[in-house]
Structures are given as C-alpha cells and as structure tokens.
Ligand binder design. Structure first.
Ligand code: AMP
Length: 278
C-alpha cells in the first residue's frame, strides 16, 4: 500500500490505475468505514482512501482539536483491506495561506444539520470537490449514517457536472445497534450505555410506520417519546424528512428518513433510518 502526503504524488500514482474507487475519511477508522472500503475494493481496479481531519468543516466551538486520531492503526487497517493508496494530505499544502474558494450548497445544506452547524456543509463540499479533482475517481463511496451529507454531495455533484458516480453504503452498527462513529470513544461509560437508545427509537418509529401510520406529526411524536423513554438527552432535532431535500414530508412516503441529532455532554451523535427499509 502506497502512502502519499503531497497532491503531486497522488496524481502521479493515480495515472497508473484503471478505474478508481475513492473513500474520503477523517480517520480513526471503524467497521463503518471498512464497509465503504470493501465495497470500493469489490467494484474497482484500484482503491484510494484519504485520511484528513478537514479543519474548514468544524465550527469555532467544535471538536477539531479533540477529534480522535490514530494514523498508524488506520494505515494497518487499510493495508489489510487491500487498499492501493492512502492520501494523507498536509493541511498547509491543501489549504495554503492564500486559499480563498468555498463551495456553498443552498437548500438541502441549510436545513437541520446545516442549521445546527453553520458552514459545516460548505467545508464538506469544498474538501470533497478538491479531493475529487486530485484523485479523479470513477466512483466515490459515502455512508448512509451521514444521510444529509450524502444528499449535499449528490446535489453539488449533479449541479457542477462532476463526473464521479456516488454510492451510498448502509450504516454500520455496533452489536448493540449504536451507529459506528469515530466520536463514540469520547462518550462517558454512562452515555455509551444509553446511546443505543437512538437506534431503538428509530426502530420503534419504523414499526409504527410499518403498521400503516403516515402522519408525520404522529411519527415524530413517537420518535421523541421513544428517545425520552430511553433516557436520551433533548435532541437538536428528531424529524421525518424527504431523503433528497431534507424537508418535512406529509404524508410520509416509503423513502422517508427518520433522522436525529442528540448532543451528549462532549459528543454530538447523529443517526437515521429509512422508514420503508425492511
Ligand atoms: P468520517 O471519517 O466520519 O468523515 O466518515 C467517512 C465516511 O465514512 C463518510 O462517508 C461517512 O458517512 C462514512 N461512515 C461513517 N460512519 C459510518 C457508519 N457507521 N456506517 C457507514 N458509513 C459510515
């Protein structure tokens, strides 16, 4: 497995590959990330993974400094998966002092997670656009866990005619149902014990949907009630939305998502579940 830290060296190595599948990450890898890597491995001639804790997608009071990092462990995990190249950019080259461009997505990027974290999706759209231009993959893989991020990426890839096929991979979960996340290690023992309640609340809401309920207000009330019953802190949002626009849907359609964000003391967790999925 090759490791590149400069943009030129990635471009040079990439020139010798055929069809490239690309998995952008912020590292501190877990099984969720590896499911993206395995899918990319199965569908492409070569697999490129980037590890970059992207400073411009963190707000001033967010956890950029404390975001967990373990480069050696990440590299060992990726080597085992048969990854061809890992790109670990230096922030100083990626964002030189005179860097002045930002990709701003409107509509879907302004709602929910975008409203809670101003500037977050612009930071994501900008880094992903740069990475696509550097890596020039045929396909790129993203996780359903970050459902609104997926919708934002699909939006600007389509709007800007970026020639990369986007594949969304289902959410990987721990045995107790908690969505795998690099941030889970920062939960206290008590919070970690409560956190599977997010998934339980999503599953319970889906059961009500499957029983025939299509009224958004009733489904959202159920979601919030189940969060309370599971002793989950007050959510930033707990809603039923359209998976492309992230606007409220009523009546609730088969492709709708139950979606939530919950601030625990030091970590903000997000999760979602497509209601029509078996
Ligand atoms: P991150 O390192 O958190 O920026 O995530 C990198 C990629 O992995 C993104 O496309 C995420 O949506 C995806 N991802 C993160 N957690 C999971 C998970 N539990 N299951 C599937 N994909 C995930």
């Amino acid at each position: 497995m090759k490791q590149c830290t400069t943009i030129d060296s990635v471009r040079q190595a990439r020139a010798s590959y055929g069809k490239v599948g690309f998995v952008p990450t912020m590292g501190f890898l877990h099984e969720g990330h590896l499911s993206l890597v395995r899918r990319a491995r199965a569908e492409n001639d070569a697999v490129i993974v980037s590890i970059f804790v992207n400073p411009i997608q963190f707000g001033p009071n967010e956890d950029f400094e404390s975001y967990p990092r373990d480069r050696e462990r990440d590299l060992a995990m990726l080597a085992k998966e048969g990854v061809d190249l890992v790109f670990t950019p230096e922030a100083s080259e990626f964002y030189p002092p005179d860097f002045a461009t930002e990709i701003v997505v409107k509509g879907v990027a302004n709602r929910l997670e975008g409203a809670s974290r101003p500037g977050h999706f612009s930071g994501v759209a900008t880094v992903v656009t740069k990475l696509f231009n550097i890596v020039q993959p045929q396909r790129a893989y993203f996780g359903q866990k970050d459902a609104q991020q997926c919708a934002v990426i699909r939006r600007f890839v389509e709007d800007l005619n970026i020639p990369v096929a986007i594949t969304i991979v289902p959410t990987g979960r721990e045995e107790d149902g908690l969505a795998s996340s690099s941030r889970n290690v920062r939960l206290s023992a008590k919070e970690r014990a409560l956190a599977p309640g997010l998934y339980k609340a999503l599953l319970g809401t889906r059961i009500l949907f499957q029983s025939g309920e299509r009224d958004r207000v009733i489904l959202e009330a159920r979601l919030k009630e189940l969060l309370r019953q599971n002793d989950i802190p007050q959510p930033d949002y707990a809603v039923i939305v359209d998976p492309r626009t992230f606007e409220a849907v009523n009546p609730v359609t088969d492709n709708a998502l139950a979606l939530l964000a919950v601030p625990f003391s030091t970590v903000r967790l997000i999760d979602n579940l497509p209601l029509g999925m078996e």
